[in-house]
Design a protein around this ligand. Structure first.
Ligand code: HSE
Length: 437
């Protein structure tokens, strides 16, 4: 059988990793796919650099449209990132009847609905395993392996950079700024790390997982997103004293009123396996009604882990290429005309437990005032910790762990607590999840 012919848009980290895997494991991949998979052309930014790195048995161009238009390209693999021109190039490939493989989580989270609807119209596949958690086959697991289940919730450490920073803050007591600088030095964080540390990258990936888990369109614009840039080493330390770790979690959960879609720092019990996922590694915990909890762990970024996911998609597309488009695995796991209109629960409607740190004057009645406000708002305290004031200081850290309560009740309580003259500065609030069944 003729080889499947690939055109790469981008030959950087992910593109390079994909190319190397296809070369190195060529024979084994052909045995799995049923035919060979050949990269015939690639669009790159710097021709000389690419030639020096990958040799000349590949047609290189600086014009990505050339790859999309090339008559001998069956599958366009988009690994350039960003919204434009990636969006236009993918839509152009689809309209030419070409299958697409992409690792572009931001593009899918923002424009996935448009892209999948166009792919449906033209009967082509758009595969995106590499868009979420790099080498971990979580899309495959959610879309196919767990297809028997009503997915109840998904909770994931899906940004390696922020997990590396949190690990350094816990292990070394490093400040956020120092840990970020180290991540940048090691090349983990982007030059502009905002997407990583402010939870935006995680929200892109969560949006995609939620769509597949619940059979809903992409709703990135409704995701609640809070990053790790305001966390202090002290909060991480206090959480430890209560037996918790702080992780940046992406959580989507089915409720009676819709589904939650939120990314924020989260206290999780240290006995949970996912609480022990450290450094740049990613992990995703999925709870299905039939299977119970399942955990997926691995490298969320890097040349060959990402390439591993891209090649898996290429093999899938190669195997399914001749199948009737209506009987392939649907892009978003559910048949496109059977997507649900389940709404996103606003963050004020989320029910969870809380870690609350206050800076309080060490004098009689202060705690009584605070606990009265919590009680008035229906918030029950699970545990409390008060430190001795440091030498010469009048203020102390007071930490509360609460039972589950509505976010809007906690907002009301915090506003009243912060208005007390005995409380200095803003309260620190971190949500807690047991991740139990
Ligand atoms: N910036 C991402 C991370 C890389 O740190 O996980 C892969 O999406």
């Amino acid at each position: 059988m003729n080889p499947m012919r690939i055109g790469l848009l981008g030959l950087g980290t992910a593109g390079g990793g994909t190319y190397q895997i296809l070369l190195r494991n060529r024979e084994e991949i052909a045995r799995r796919a049923g035919r060979e998979i050949h990269v015939v052309t690639a669009a790159v930014r710097d021709l000389d650099k690419a030639k020096a790195k990958f040799g000349l048995d590949l047609r290189l161009t600086t014009n990505p449209e050339y790859v999309v238009d090339a008559p001998d390209v069956d599958i366009v693999v988009e690994l350039m990132g960003g919204i434009e021109p990636a969006r236009s190039l993918i839509l152009a490939a689809i309209r030419k009847g070409k299958h697409v493989v992409t690792a572009n989580k931001a593009l899918l989270a923002l424009h996935g609905n448009e892209i999948f609807s166009e792919a449906q119209k033209y009967g082509v596949m758009v595969a995106f395993e590499a868009a979420v958690a790099g080498g971990i086959p979580i899309i495959k697991a959610l879309r196919e392996g767990l297809t028997a289940n009503r997915i109840q919730w998904v909770a994931g450490i899906i940004n390696g950079t922020s997990n590396f920073i949190l690990t350094r803050m816990r292990d070394e007591g490093a400040s956020f700024a120092d840990a970020l600088a180290e991540a940048q030095k090691l090349g983990y964080a982007e030059a502009d790390p905002t997407f990583d540390i402010e939870g935006i990258d995680a929200a892109h990936k969560l949006t995609i997982m939620a769509a597949i888990a619940f059979g809903v369109p992409m709703k990135f614009d409704q995701a609640y997103t809070e990053g790790i840039s305001k966390l202090t080493a002290a909060d991480i330390q206090y959480a430890e004293e209560f037996g918790y770790r702080i992780k940046l979690l992406g959580i989507c959960r089915r409720t009676d009123h819709g589904f939650e879609l939120r990314v924020h720092p989260t206290l999780i019990p240290e006995r949970q396996l996912i609480a022990n996922v450290d450094g740049v590694m990613n992990a995703i915990l999925v709870r299905g009604d039939a299977v119970g909890s399942t955990l997926y762990y691995g490298a969320g970024a890097g040349a060959e882990p990402t390439g591993s996911a891209v090649v898996a998609d290429l093999v899938d597309v190669t195997r399914m290429h001749t199948a009737d488009p209506d009987h392939r695995v649907p892009h978003l796991a559910f048949q496109p005309d059977r997507l649900s209109d389940l709404n996103v629960v606003p963050i004020e409607g989320v029910v969870t437990s809380y870690y609350l740190r206050l800076r309080a004057l060490d004098r009689p009645g202060v705690l009584a005032d605070v606990t009265r406000i919590l009680a008035d708002n229906g918030i029950s305290i699970e545990a409390m910790l008060q430190r001795e004031p440091a030498e010469g200081e009048e203020q102390v850290d007071v930490i509360f762990l609460t039972h589950r309560t509505l976010e809007s009740s906690m907002n009301a309580a915090i506003a009243k607590i912060e208005a007390l003259t005995s409380i200095a500065g803003p309260a620190v609030r971190i949500r807690m999840e047991s991740l139990a069944s």
